[in-house]
Design a protein around this ligand. Structure first.
Ligand SMILES: Cc1ncc(COP(=O)(O)O)c(C=O)c1O
Length: 465
């Protein structure tokens, strides 16, 4: 039994809020009409790994908000860091000026980042970081005398954000259709979904070579003189957590070097402990040319994103008179930068990365117990980042048709899991999956709680099919 601290607001007008939400709040990626006959789920506070709705009901936060709240909810020291910074200097831009929190954070990120990734361009979120990386790649090649290099290669079903450049890089046709034509020059290659490997389904390393070689084929097909960069997540989120096969990133790194193509590691989800390291590329032993990150950098206590860039790429901008005509009013916001510093202090003091490494095997083992359910086809992921793919037929791996998917995911699963006390995500941007990405402070007790709720709801879902 936890007690609510005195400083937390608890008296909300649930009905009034619901009416206002329905009338005025445009929720993101949300079919608004789905709340015509039910209330909008409204979360009022968080504490550790748990969140509470407006009626006081408690839920295990199985998604860390949205792959964000690494340090857990209700961390007063992060709120206090924001308060202190807002008193000293609430706002100043990084447009030709600097302030201590952004300077210190850039220095710290440069020290954490691998190789010669020593320059930090701040944004306010992940999509802007992706946008920044692509624009920077284009300008870099213009400055070094390769002006045709502008195209980008990314993987099918991967999500890289919603600005129109980042959306071009995104590999989810349904997310793009309404906004075409998007920025031209973005090409897709297969992802590393081994469960649905079209080739080498019995040999993970051969599959990894095949998937990496598909990147080289795309570069050659488009013309190496026209390709600027490849965007890859260390573990691809969309589609339900596709880890890289052994050797995949090493082969991609070689391919990129051979064709003078930049490798961008999109770590908007995978950085800051999600895989037990500051950066996901560290886990898989590769050094990219740029890292894009956001979300967990502040554990969500204030928004910020960053594009971390190698010295080699920054060189033409650091010397001579050329500059990068790009920026955001709120990029590297002083309050967010100060919160990020406090969050990273907390990471070090509490050993959050090591905690993930110490517990990732137990998390996997607990989730893998679900493999005995007929609806569970595959449990996959890394660190504290998992996808559970649901199938109609375990033996043939047959998936659900659109109607079944609609009934299963939107009609039943998301709500049933939430009603049962687990906030997570049922997603069908690829094949239907449940995604889990809890705060990094959880351990075996919360793993068991997730497994038990999933077991009962998935058993019920199977009966309803
Ligand atoms: C890999 C990746 N890139 C980019 C983004 C976009 O980040 P944001 O929503 O902060 O713009 C996301 C968001 O989930 C992401 O997962």
């Amino acid at each position: 039994m936890t007690t609510t601290p005195a400083y937390v607001t608890t008296d909300f007008d649930a009905e009034g809020l619901n009416a206002k939400a329905r009338d005025h709040l445009w929720m993101h990626f949300t079919r608004i009409s789905s709340y015509a006959d039910s209330s909008v789920p409204t979360i009022v506070r968080g504490d550790g790994a748990y969140i509470y709705d407006v009626n006081g009901k408690r839920y295990l936060d199985g998604l860390a908000g949205l792959f964000v709240v690494q340090a857990g909810h209700g961390r007063r020291e992060l709120a206090e860091a924001a308060y202190r910074q807002a008193q000293d200097l609430a706002f100043f831009p990084l447009w030709s000026y600097a302030h201590p929190p952004a300077i210190e954070l850039a220095d710290r990120l440069a020290h954490y980042a691998p190789g010669d990734l020593n320059k930090v361009f701040f944004t306010t979120g992940g999509g802007e970081a992706v946008e920044t990386a692509w624009k920077l790649a284009k300008q870099y090649f213009k400055l070094v005398g390769k002006p045709l290099k502008h195209k980008v290669i990314s993987r099918s079903i991967a999500y890289h954000g919603t600005p129109q450049g980042a959306l071009s890089i995104t590999g989810i046709p349904a997310a793009k259709a309404m906004f075409e034509p998007l920025v031209p020059g973005a090409h897709k290659v297969p992802n590393t979904n081994f469960y649905r490997a079209p080739e080498h389904g019995d040999d993970l390393e051969a599959f990894g070579r095949w998937a990496a070689d598909a990147i080289e084929q795309a570069i050659v097909f488009e013309g190496p003189d026209t390709v600027a960069c490849v965007f890859l997540e260390p573990v691809q989120n969309s589609g339900g957590c596709f880890p890289p096969p052994p050797g995949y990133f090493q082969r991609v790194r070689d391919i990129c070097d051979r064709h003078d193509v930049l490798l961008v590691s999109d770590e908007v989800i995978c950085a800051f402990g999600r895989l037990g390291h500051m950066f996901g590329c560290d886990k898989f032993g590769y050094v990219p040319d740029m890292i894009t990150c956001a979300k967990g950098l502040t554990s969500g206590y204030s928004p910020i994103g960053a594009c971390i860039v190698s010295d080699r790429l920054a060189e033409p901008f650091w010397t001579g008179s050329d500059y990068f005509p790009h920026g955001y009013t709120f990029g590297g916001h002083p309050v967010s930068s100060a919160v990020a510093m406090a969050n990273l202090d907390l990471f070090e003091r509490e050993g959050l990365n090591q905690h993930v490494l110490d517990n990732e095997a137990a998390f996997r083992a607990t989730l893998e117990k679900l493999n005995d359910l007929p609806i569970v086809g595959d449990v996959r992921g890394d660190g504290f980042f998992y996808g559970i793919e649901m199938v109609k037929d375990k033996a043939t791996r047959e998936t659900f048709d659109d109607n079944e998917s609609e009934r299963l995911l939107r009609g039943f699963l998301s709500k049933a899991l939430f009603d049962a006390g687990l906030y997570c995500r049922a997603d069908d941007r690829g094949d239907p999956v449940i995604q889990l990405s809890p705060p990094l402070i959880v351990g075996p007790a919360e793993f068991d709680e997730m497994e038990q709720i999933l077991r009962s709801v998935l058993t019920e879902a199977w009966k309803r099919l």
